[in-house]
Design a protein around this ligand. Structure first.
Ligand code: HEM
Length: 326
């Protein structure tokens, strides 16, 4: 039940981004998720009420800042989501991606197109002003990624707080984060090493419903795939033409979801069915018997996607069919 609720609500992102999947609401009965004061602790020492007294209103500060930045530059919303993924993908969600010294995660090749650092710095400065030395950067990044998701039209979820900032940040560890050329077995193993399963892999890959990639990550699929002198056969011919035109230069940007690039929806999975996955790792999800049935569940809208109807900080957040009180 826990697992199906995760998929149903697409909020499995929470699994990874804020480790609170165990509190996901069921669609079968409109469920009232307990209010913050009702929940005192969470596994791993995370707590929904940690900052209630020590820094009340911190989520409001974060949300307003993210909103301000995303209004100026909407491309920052996907970038913040990805920044959080890359933080959590090395060690744990400990803000180690933000450390800026020689040989840190940030200096790794896989991190070179990460964006949104200035947003986190700006939020941190504002939060420090209100409550010095209280809120970790890891918590700020986690909440900022959630808010970016909401601002992009995606779902809202509650976040337990208490992540500790790490001091170790090594480029060689970041080098293990997938870049788009891995096999499904590699991806499953990587996710497993983080305590995530195949379902999480398929659901979280759905974050590629928005945002962009550098053409560098796909050019190898377009002309001489694996030395065949032919393109990757798993690309739709029309989409291939589009990509060849769009990706003349490695430095060009191309949307991860060619159909609805700015909308946080399940079109990403429809694209995979039409052989329009941008990254090889996206398309492979639809070509492997371990992941295809899960992707298909989204294609056939077996799992309804929840659109937030109203979501204001500090107020009730309503989704179709269920209410989440904060
Ligand atoms: C499953 C393994 C994954 C692989 C191989 C992968 C790979 C990539 C690559 C190559 C890019 C383009 C980077 C660039 O050229 O700038 C990208 C972008 C992105 N990724 Fe992933 N990713 C994975 C999982 C995730 C997860 C779990 C999330 C979040 C939950 C995520 C969120 C994003 C977002 C939002 C973008 C767009 C960033 C932007 O527009 O700035 N990815 N990913």
């Amino acid at each position: 039940m826990k697992t199906s609720a995760t998929v149903l609500s697409f909020l499995a992102i929470v699994f990874f981004l804020s480790a609170s999947a165990s509190n996901l609401p069921s669609l079968l009965h409109p469920l009232k998720v307990p209010r913050l004061p009702d929940i005192s602790s969470f596994e791993d020492d995370l707590s929904y009420s940690l900052y209630q007294h020590s820094c009340s209103g911190v989520e409001g500060i974060i949300y307003r800042k993210v909103k301000e930045w995303v209004k100026k530059d909407p491309t920052l919303a996907p970038s913040l989501m990805r920044l959080h993924f890359h933080d959590c993908a090395v060690r744990r969600c400990d803000a180690s991606i933000l450390l800026d010294h020689k040989g840190s995660e940030k200096s790794a090749n896989v991190s070179k197109s990460l964006r949104g650092f200035e947003v986190i710095n700006d939020i941190k400065a504002a939060v420090e002003k209100k409550c010095p030395k209280t809120v970790s950067c890891a918590d700020i990044l986690t909440a900022a990624a959630r808010d970016a998701t909401v601002l992009a039209g995606g779902p809202f979820w509650t976040i337990p707080f208490g992540r500790k900032d790490g001091r170790v940040s090594l480029a060689k560890e970041a080098a293990k984060v997938p870049m788009g050329r891995e096999s499904i077995t590699n991806l499953i193993e990587f996710f497993q090493s983080k305590g995530l399963n195949v379902l999480d892999l398929v659901v979280l890959s759905g974050a590629h419903t928005i945002g962009r990639s550098k053409c560098e990550s796909v050019q190898y699929r377009l002309y001489d795939y694996k030395g065949t002198k032919k393109p990757d056969p798993s690309i739709d011919p029309q989409y291939l033409n589009y990509l060849r035109r769009k990706c003349r230069w490695a430095s060009e940007d191309v949307y991860l979801d060619a159909t609805t690039p700015h909308k946080f929806d399940t079109q990403y999975y429809q694209n995979l069915k039409k052989k329009m996955g941008l990254l090889s790792t996206d398309q492979l999800l639809y070509g492997d018997s371990r992941t295809k049935p899960i992707a298909d569940a989204f294609v056939f809208r077996f799992f309804p996607f929840l659109q937030p109807i109203q979501c204001l900080h500090g107020e009730a957040c309503k989704y179709s069919g269920l209410h989440i009180s904060r």
